[in-house]
Design a protein around this ligand. Structure first.
Ligand code: COA
Ligand code: AMP
Length: 626
């Protein structure tokens, strides 16, 4: 039996033995004796009696082992021209001091700290500093607007907010500080303090009594040590889009997370101490949490923090420049980024300008990897292109090709096989297992392995209702797909109202809430429509109130501006069209799936329950997509 098959089977037959062994790769203040607590099933907790500190395992441990001079973090920022390397000893010194600064501001174990930061080293320092003192960080992606920030502030109730004065989008300075101020004006919860990282490209005018300057709090901060926390204590809360406008606060524990990420780095990504790993994502997304910050540092590898884009900073060769300059062994990015590069450099001429001999693997995730992009990247780079499928909730890959454990044959269109720990099933609507080749809902049999969400922040009930109720005993991924005869999984897309725009997960429900708030709109629907660059883009359809007197083009402009202002530029909402009516079932449910199929020109049986088939006409043929 191959190494993969035997590890997989053991992980399912003997999960406690499997994860007990994996846990031995970490330092514990109190080593786990009990591995899994299933006393409150379907809620499970890993390593219930253990204590550790994630920051200790990410930094102190490597310095104590004599690796203080090894590069830990390379900040490469083409938008500012800065390139700076922090050794493990330097990153530890900064982190211990900022942890001291946070403690002086009254932040202690279990307190939340909200981070709204550009891709600067302070983001990594602040995350690790929270971990060091047992505080819970909640990072909000910079592309979200004030309202989204306010919603997260009210749910997480942070004691302190840490923000950069601005972000830089290619050549445009985006002032973050006014967005923070607007969010605080909207939020009911008031944090005690805001710590602002002042950037010379766009310094903020600090608010007296509320804001402190990062540089000043660091000057006289005393470094502090790691505190032991329970393995089950939360390390962070990361909000992700659900089907409604209210984001879900995905909770990550300390122990299971560290064990799973450490295991994945070696066995999935084939990265060891001293290797350079680059996840070209953002710390505001789960890929950034897991594979920019925690997994590479827990491994003693070097991580790259890149403040730039795949194209435009300055050109489509930017990724290859970074790989060659920092001797990157593996790049992890989203298929969209590769499509954007390909569009500008279809023959790969810029690729050949750089020495990419160091690159062993390209990992792609965040959205479906289309076989065409897979084939192009493999041909141009001459390295394996490895799709991996997972989500914010799981925190690490659910299906992947386990490069470190046993590289398996790659198949285009498939993220390969279930990762050890994940008992994946494809089921029909009645919960019966679908045979190979048949599409169904992808579910994971409980318990989920370590590292996956134990619950939603402050809301066990919502966790159970959203994920564990549809198919009892199983976690609902929200994705649909199938297995083939070789046990390879094919993930075809979401079965709910979540869409994926340029690798960013967004809720159509949230956009609908914004559109419905416009006085001229009687009802509306937002669907994700296939897009050759971004995978999907949102398209809005609105029905006007009978008494509305508006110019349709003016209204469309107002609605686009409203979504940008409420949700943020990242929603990429640019298309909206006025229609006479929306297709609905007789019970009033909007037929979004049918709309999407028609707009994309696919054949889809029209549900027999449709109320008025003539409502479908406007969604057919060219021009159906706004
Ligand atoms: N702060 C402020 N604004 C931000 C932002 C941030 N951190 N990130 C994105 N935005 C803005 C962009 O400036 C853009 O604004 P615009 O409408 O004024 O142009 C908008 O949000 C959409 O951004 P983006 O999705 O990045 O689209 P783009 O057209 O600028 O770039 C790609 C297209 C494909 C190059 C880009 O989407 C990309 O790199 N995608 C990869 C995503 C990724 O790595 N995801 C993580 C999963 S692994
Ligand atoms: P996020 O929570 O932002 O990581 O988004 C998770 C969602 O992105 C999943 O539920 C999938 O719909 C999609 N996704 C992520 N990776 C892949 C992949 N490799 N193949 C297909 N879909 C993916």
């Amino acid at each position: 039996m191959g190494a993969y098959r035997s590890a997989y089977e053991r992980s399912i037959a003997d999960p406690t033995g499997f994860w007990r062994e994996a846990a031995a790769d970490l330092d514990w203040f109190r080593a786990p004796e009990r591995i899994l607590d299933d006393g409150a099933a379907p809620l499970y907790r890993w390593f219930p009696d253990a204590e550790l500190n994630t920051c200790h395992n990410a930094l102190d441990r490597h310095v104590a082992a004599g690796h203080g001079d090894r590069p830990a973090l390379i900040h490469d920022s083409p938008v500012t021209g800065a390139v700076r390397t922090f050794t493990y000893a330097e990153l530890l010194a900064e982190t211990a001091r900022f942890a001291g600064a946070l403690r002086r501001l009254g932040v202690g174990r279990g307190d939340r700290v909200l981070l709204y930061l550009a891709m600067v080293p302070e983001a990594v320092v602040a995350m690790l500093a929270c971990a060091r003192i047992g505080a819970v960080h909640s990072v909000v992606f910079g592309g979200f607007a004030a309202h989204e920030l306010a919603v997260r502030i009210d749910d997480a109730r942070p004691k302190v907010v840490v923000a950069t004065s601005c972000g830089i989008e290619v050549d445009r300075v985006v002032a973050y500080h006014p967005i923070l101020t607007a969010a605080l004006a909207e939020a009911e919860h008031a944090p005690e303090r805001c710590v602002i990282v002042q950037r010379p490209q766009g310094p903020a005018e600090l608010v007296p009594g509320r804001d402190l300057d990062w540089a000043e709090v660091m000057t006289d901060a005393e470094p502090v040590d790691c505190v032991p926390v329970a393995a089950t204590d939360p390390l962070y809360v990361l909000y992700t889009s659900g089907t409604t406008g209210r984001p879900k606060g995905v909770v990550r524990d300390n122990g299971g997370h560290a064990v799973a990420l450490r295991w994945s780095m070696r066995n999935v990504y084939d990265i060891g101490p001293g290797d350079v790993f680059w996840a070209a994502s953002d710390v505001g997304w789960v890929v950034g949490h897991s594979y920019i910050v925690y997994a590479p540092l827990l491994t003693g590898a070097t991580t790259v923090l890149y403040e730039g884009k795949p194209v435009g900073t300055p050109d489509a060769g930017a990724f290859w420049r970074v790989i060659a300059e920092h001797r990157v062994a593996a790049l992890f990015t989203a298929p969209t980024a590769i499509r954007a590069i390909r569009r500008q450099d279809p023959e790969g001429e810029l690729i050949r300008r750089y020495d990419l001999g160091c690159l062993r693997t390209l990992f792609l995730a965040g959205e479906r990897l289309d076989p065409d992009t897979w084939e192009w990247a493999g041909r141009q780079l001459g390295v394996p292109v490895v799709d991996n499928w997972w989500q914010t909730e799981t925190g690490w890959p659910v299906a992947a090709n386990p490069r470190g454990l046993e590289p398996l044959p790659l198949k285009p269109g498939s993220p390969s096989v279930p990762v050890p720990g994940y008992d994946i099933r494809v089921v029909d609507p009645a919960g019966r297992e679908a045979p190979p080749g048949t599409d169904g809902s992808i579910v994971i049999r409980l318990p989920l392995p370590p590292g996956c969400l134990p619950t939603l922040w402050g809301d066990d009930e919502r966790y159970v209702r959203s994920y564990l109720t549809t198919f009892p005993g199983h976690y609902l991924t929200g994705d649909g797909g199938r297995f083939d005869d070789d046990g390879y999984l094919y993930v075809m897309g979401r079965t709910d109202d979540v869409i994926n725009v340029a690798g960013h997960r967004l809720s159509t429900g949230a956009m609908e809430e914004v559109l419905a708030g416009h006085p001229a709109v009687a009802e509306c629907a937002v669907i994700g429509v296939a897009d050759p660059l971004k995978g999907q883009v949102p398209s809005g359809y609105v029905v006007l109130r009978a008494d509305a007197e508006v110019d349709e083009a003016v209204l469309a402009g107002e609605l686009v501006a409203l979504v940008r202002q409420r949700i943020g530029p990242v929603a990429a909402f640019r298309r909206v069209r006025v229609v006479p009516a929306l297709p609905k079932t007789r019970s009033g449910k909007i037929l979004r799936r049918t709309m999407r199929a028609l707009v994309e020109g696919r054949d889809e049986p029209v549900p027999a329950t449709i109320d008025d088939p003539s409502t479908l006409t406007v969604f057919r043929g060219p021009g159906a997509s706004p």
